[in-house]
Design a protein around this ligand. Structure first.
Ligand SMILES: Cc1cc2nc3c(=O)[nH]c(=O)nc-3n(C[C@H](O)[C@H](O)[C@H](O)COP(=O)(O)OP(=O)(O)OC[C@H]3O[C@@H](n4cnc5c(N)ncnc54)[C@H](O)[C@@H]3O)c2cc1C
Length: 175
């Protein structure tokens, strides 16, 4: 924890013009949100890899569980959502680099989507591990716990929706 109670900072050390501090702090959040989204994608990718390995070796009812169509469909959805999340983060990152006027909104959309999808993929991977997924002996439960906070950090996903809907309702989006 860093505490700045009664801390005086000389004018010389001020970053930017007086009254601009909030704007400067908020501008830093766009990149931070992409960073959090990318962390979710990393966790989800690791979980998808672990799940794929597990279902190929775990046998139930005389069959590798990878041979059940229900398992295959779960993996397909996980891979699809992961690809979509990656595209959204990369697109928002390119817009931020290009200083696109709608970059903030696209960063919020990408953060919301990537962290929700990332957590859901980790959760599905845990489910595919059955009881083992819940135990500390396997790494998936740690990815699940760690990725959960991404829906809260750097602005909650409800606040991401506030940013997107505000842009939408102000008419500055969606032609
Ligand atoms: C592990 C961890 C590390 C962190 N690291 C940092 C850090 O390094 N630097 C930093 O500055 N902060 C950090 N935070 C703080 C983090 O950014 C905040 O927790 C987060 O922004 C949410 O704020 P809050 O906790 O005050 O939630 P609250 O604002 O109290 O929100 C509580 C609930 O109400 C909802 N809510 C609030 N307002 C609205 C609204 N207008 N519309 C709809 N729903 C709403 C929220 O979405 C949430 O579900 C960290 C938090 C955690 C858990």
């Amino acid at each position: 924890m860093v505490i700045f109670e009664d801390c005086r900072v000389p004018k010389l050390n001020r970053i930017g013009a007086e009254g601009e501090g909030f704007k400067i702090a908020m501008a830093g959040l766009d990149g931070g949100r992409l960073n959090i989204g990318a962390c979710s994608i990393g966790a989800a990718k690791a979980c998808l890899t672990l799940a794929r390995e597990h279902v190929a070796t775990r046998k139930q009812f005389g069959n590798a569980i990878a041979n059940f169509q229900a398992t295959q469909f779960k993996l397909a959805d996980m891979a699809t959502d992961l690809a979509a999340a990656r595209l959204m983060i990369r697109n928002a990152a390119a817009m931020l680099d290009a200083k696109h006027p709608e970059a903030t909104m696209y960063c919020a959309m990408a953060k919301r989507f990537a962290t929700d999808a990332g957590f859901a993929i980790c959760n599905e991977a845990l489910q595919l591990h059955g009881g083992y997924g819940y135990l500390k002996d396997y790494p998936v439960e740690r990815f699940l716990r760690d990725s959960r906070v991404h829906q809260i950090l750097e602005g909650t996903n409800e606040i991401m929706r506030v940013i997107v809907s505000r842009a939408l309702l102000s008419g500055s989006f969606l032609d």
